[in-house]
Design a binder for this molecule. Structure first.
Ligand code: NDP
Length: 329
């Protein structure tokens, strides 16, 4: 029985090519659970894995897709049985291992999470790694003392995947949210998700001139990194924390240590890939309770496997708004 998959091949000149193709079940890698995939999504990393690889993909041909949700078809693991609804994010699935851009996938049971109550497989993929990481970031900020009364929370890369979900969760929890975007045309969208203030990217993207500016933000979820993160550190309120999630604007950090030393600012590292299982379950539970599903639906851009080569290129250029949901069937 053959099925559809987005396969990336590398030619003799080292160039990658992605196309939908038919493959057989016995071509799938080893694993103890086989899942009929229903939905996947497109994260920034997927853009790299559909395209040039970004050092993430080790072997070709490769099936990308770092997230998937579907129904267990067969399982040699006692934790999962045929018919169970499951999701998978992280563990280098779709990078080192063949991923979710296929109608079937074979995986290690340790990587799976049972679909949380209250979420459909489609909603779980509207959340995906980007939304999971946004929730993880909110929880990290809360664990470091963030409360709505502390003041406004800044979200950078706000119209992207991480930023959109972070904005909707924070607003729903009663926070005042300021969204940084380089796309002014997304202002109404960000306001509909709950942002009360829109900050233009240019306003905050300059190199640090003064290590400390006025205290503005009670917290920050940063998907951008680089000069923007450096600048934001100097704008944090006393004792506030920044969750460092992404590098859409660069991996460098041209900052000084002054905000740490004089304002007790905390820089919290957020990794969704190797996040331990128990915490994953806790994060997904919070997603199901704290992310308003109508707002999630407003972020969704529907897609199919054949749309992926274009969407992969678009997300690398920062041109995808919200969350793509890929119906692989
Ligand atoms: P998206 O492309 O959906 O969002 C990124 C957003 O960043 C863009 O939409 C854009 O927002 C902004 N942006 C893009 N380029 C620049 C630039 N040059 N300067 C400033 N802002 C820019 O990606 P995701 O939301 O999926 O991922 C965001 C980042 O988080 C990525 O770097 C990704 O690798 C990382 N990530 C990390 C995870 C972890 O475990 N730590 C998990 C998931 C993602 P706007 O148009 O509003 O300005």
């Amino acid at each position: 029985m053959s099925f559809n998959a987005l396969m990336v091949e590398k030619d003799d000149e080292g160039k990658t090519h992605a196309a939908v193709t038919q493959i057989e079940l016995d071509q799938l890698p080893d694993g103890n659970v086989t899942v009929a995939v229903e939905y996947s999504t497109v994260n920034y990393k997927d853009g790299l894995c559909i395209g040039p690889g970004g050092g993430l993909v080790r072997n070709y041909p490769h099936i990308p897709g770092i997230d998937m949700a579907g129904v267990v078809e067969s399982s040699d693991d006692p934790r999962y049985a045929k018919g169970d609804k499951v999701l998978l994010t992280g563990w280098r699935y779709g990078e080192v291992h063949w991923g979710g851009y296929a109608q079937k996938t074979r995986v290690n049971a340790d990587w799976l999470v049972a679909l949380p109550d209250g979420l459909s497989t489609r909603q779980a993929m509207a959340v995906g790694t980007a939304g999971f990481t946004a929730m993880q970031s909110v929880m990290a900020l809360e664990a470091h003392g963030l409360k709505p009364a502390n003041g406004p929370v800044l979200v950078t890369g706000a119209a992207g995947g991480v930023g959109s979900v972070a904005t909707a969760i924070l607003a729903n929890l009663g926070y005042e949210v300021a969204g940084v975007t380089g796309r002014p045309e997304t202002a109404d969208y960000l306001k509909s998700l709950g942002a009360s203030q829109i900050v233009a990217r240019e306003e905050i993207n300059e190199t640090v001139k003064r290590p400390l500016e006025s205290e503005m933000w009670a917290g920050c979820i940063d998907a951008v990194g680089g000069a923007m993160l450096a600048r934001v550190l100097g704008q944090m309120k006393y004792g506030a924390s920044v969750a460092s999630v992404g590098l859409a604007g660069g991996a460098g950090l041209p900052a000084t240590v002054i905000p740490f030393l004089l304002r007790g600012v905390n820089l919290l590292g957020i990794d969704s890939v190797m996040h331990p299982y128990e915490n994953r379950v806790a994060v997904w539970k919070r997603v199901a309770t704290d992310l308003p599903m109508d707002k999630l639906e407003d972020m969704v851009v529907p897609a199919t496997l054949s749309d992926l080569p274009k969407l992969g290129a678009d997300i690398l250029k920062g041109q995808v708004k919200g969350r793509v949901v890929v119906d692989v069937n």
